[in-house]
Each structure stands twice: as structure tokens, then as C-alpha cells.
Design a protein around this ligand. Structure first.
Ligand SMILES: [Zn+2]
Length: 346
């Protein structure tokens, strides 16, 4: 299993040549004050690089970053102030891409010094137990997916999972072939079923509360009646009553707990969701998506891969984390077995 990360999280250092000006230590303040934020010497897209460093060859000197070599010209040199003379121009190497991970920072910082800001995109480390749980849920999806296998048809199935309750809430399989409906992808199906079964509207909620109140009133009346009739109620019977009351309260709570779309929930899918389904997942406000097999690149069908990360687009109002290759070996074996036997219960 691996986390799908934007390309720049995995990039190696893009090293380019740059021109710096070396002068005496004591003139540092002057240079920083006068030119540190100067328009002319502004760092443009190189905001992650540090402006100044000590000279390695001469400890009484510092080096001030001027421009990338490609942007450097006579005009830049003419703008270097007289006040810092004597100075010399030097060529250095700098990583021009911004580090997105600690590992990249350590690597990129070996060139000209840079700064590093902790990224918004969370990199998740799983414990062995969590990993096992994830694999186990994916295997269940793969088993469900077998049912959708038909000749020359890829199989797919998915599940909506509540990570807090550690419970699969809804399964759905792909129905594009059997029902000859080209949009009945498993993700679309699971969203529909989940909406029907778990999303309680305000009106439904009010009805449930009303019913619960009626039941509770009825129970209380019964109890009062019994106590009046029979003052010596057997202890065991009392306990039973309390237990059944507790149970009914639990089920009331269960029916009242509704979900706001898929907020805080995870979706498991055997095959990478297509672009349409990826958008549906955005709208569902899902927390994470785990999938097993990538869509073949030549089909250009998938929405959650290195080339098209619909889960992480600045223009959309929700983003979620994606993990791929979950139990992919198991999925591949199951798929090839299906093809060999070519028969599955309908
Ligand atoms: Zn789809």
C-alpha cells in the first residue's frame, strides 16, 4: 500500500546555477536592510531559499544571493551597491524546487541553504494493526467484486467504512454490465444506497424522536401499573426490564445517529475510481479513499492517480487522502482466477 502524493512530494532536487555576491561580514546589515526586500533583487519564485550564508572559503565573508545564472546580466551587476566593495561574484548551486517533505528538505538543503514549512498535505504512517484492518476490509471488497465478473468485463466493488466505529456501513458492486446501465459504477451505487440507508433527514429525525417519546411514556405507565399491582416484584424480573429498556435506548440512539454525507468516513474500492466517481467522492466529503488496482494508463479513465489527482485540486472545495495498491496482489490473483473459470454465480 502506498499513499498517493502530489508529484512534487517525490521530486528530487532541481539543481540550477546561481550568482551570489561575496563581501565582508560587517556589511551584512547594510545589504540586508537596503536590498533584502528590494524589488530589483526580489526572489520571485524562490521564496524558499535563504538570502545569505557564510562563505565556506573565507569565514570573515558572507555570500548574498542575487539571481539564477540564467537571469543574471550586466544590469544586475551594475545595481550592486558601491558600499559593499570590495566584493566578488561567485557561482553556486541551488535547488529551485520547494521541499515538501522533511527528506526533501535535508536533500535540497545541501546546496544553497533553504527554509522548510511543514506541509498541509498529511503523510500518514499506519500501525501494523491499522494496516491489517485496511487489508482485511479490502479483501472483503475484492470478494464482493467477484460477483460482478463477466466476460471481458472488469470487476469492481466498494465499501463505505466508519473508522471510529470500525464498521462497514455499506457495500455496493459494479452494475454496468448486468443492468446495462453505463453509469452504475460501484461508487455511484454505494453513494445511492448509503444515502437511502444512513442519511436521516430532519423530518425523519423529528418523527423518530416523537415515536421514541411515545414508547418511553408507555413503558413508564406499564411500570407504574405493575408496581401498584404487585409490590413484591422478583429481583430477576426487575433486572430483565432494566436491560430491555437499556437495549431499546441503544437502538433509539443508533437510529438517531445520522451521517452528514461521508464526512469522517472512508471508501474502499477494488479498482481506481473513474473521473465521474472521483468527483462524486469529492461531493460526498469522504475522509480517505483506499483502492487496490490502478486503471490502465492507456484508458485514461482513472481520477485518482499521479497524473490526475482529483482528490487534491485547488479549485475544488474538498480534498481527501488516497492510498493505492491495497492488497493488489490478492486482487490480481482473484481476478485472474475469475478469468480462468469464467463462471460465477449470478
Ligand atoms: Zn466510475
Amino acid at each position: 500500500m502506498q499513499q498517493l502524493l502530489p508529484k512534487d512530494f517525490l521530486a528530487t532536487a532541481n539543481v540550477q546555477q546561481a550568482i551570489v555576491v561575496e563581501f565582508e561580514n560587517k556589511k551584512t546589515n547594510f545589504m540586508i536592510k537596503k536590498y533584502g526586500n528590494d524589488q530589483y533583487f526580489n526572489l520571485k519564485n524562490l521564496n524558499h531559499i535563504k538570502r545569505i550564508r557564510k562563505s565556506e572559503e573565507n569565514p570573515t565573508n558572507v555570500q548574498f544571493f542575487l539571481r539564477l545564472k540564467d537571469d543574471f546580466n550586466d544590469e544586475v551587476e551594475q545595481n550592486i551597491p558601491e558600499e559593499i566593495k570590495p566584493y566578488s561574484l561567485k557561482e553556486v548551486e541551488v535547488a529551485v524546487n520547494m521541499p515538501r517533505t522533511k527528506e526533501q528538505f535535508l536533500q535540497f538543503n545541501k546546496y544553497w541553504p533553504i527554509t522548510y514549512k511543514v506541509q498541509q498535505y498529511e503523510i500518514v504512517q499506519f500501525t501494523d494493526i491499522e494496516q491489517k484492518e485496511i487489508n482485511q476490509i479490502m479483501r472483503q471488497c475484492i470478494e464482493q467484486a467477484k460477483q460482478t465478473y463477466e466476460k471481458q468485463n472488469k470487476f469492481n466493488a466498494c465499501a463505505i467504512y466508519d473508522p471510529n466505529k470500525k464498521k462497514i456501513l455499506q457495500f455496493a458492486v459494479d452494475e454496468t454490465c448486468r443492468k446495462q446501465n453505463s453509469i452504475k459504477h460501484c461508487t455511484m451505487n454505494v453513494m445511492k444506497l448509503f444515502g437511502q440507508n444512513y442519511i436521516v433527514t430532519a423530518q425523519q429525525k423529528a418523527t423518530i424522536v416523537e415515536k421514541v417519546k411515545d414508547i418511553q411514556d408507555e413503558e413508564k405507565n406499564q411500570e407504574d401499573k405493575l408496581q401498584k399491582e404487585d409490590g413484591e416484584e422478583v429481583e430477576e424480573e426487575k433486572k430483565d426490564k432494566i436491560n430491555s429498556k437499556r437495549k431499546s435506548e441503544e437502538s433509539i440512539e443508533e437510529s438517531l445517529s445520522s451521517y452528514y454525507y461521508c464526512t469522517g468516513l472512508d471508501v474502499f474500492i477494488v479498482q481506481e475510481p473513474c473521473i465521474m466517481c472521483s468527483m462524486a467522492l469529492i461531493h460526498s466529503r469522504v475522509r480517505r479513499v483506499y483502492y487496490s488496482l490502478k486503471n490502465p494508463k492507456q484508458e485514461q479513465f482513472g481520477g485518482l492517480n499521479e497524473d490526475l489527482m482529483i482528490n487534491h485540486m485547488d479549485s475544488l472545495n474538498h480534498s481527501f487522502l488516497v492510498f493505492q495498491n491495497v492488497e493488489s496482489e490478492y486482487a490480481n490473483t482473484t481476478l485472474s482466477n475469475c478469468q480462468q473459470h469464467d463462471e460465477l454465480p449470478k
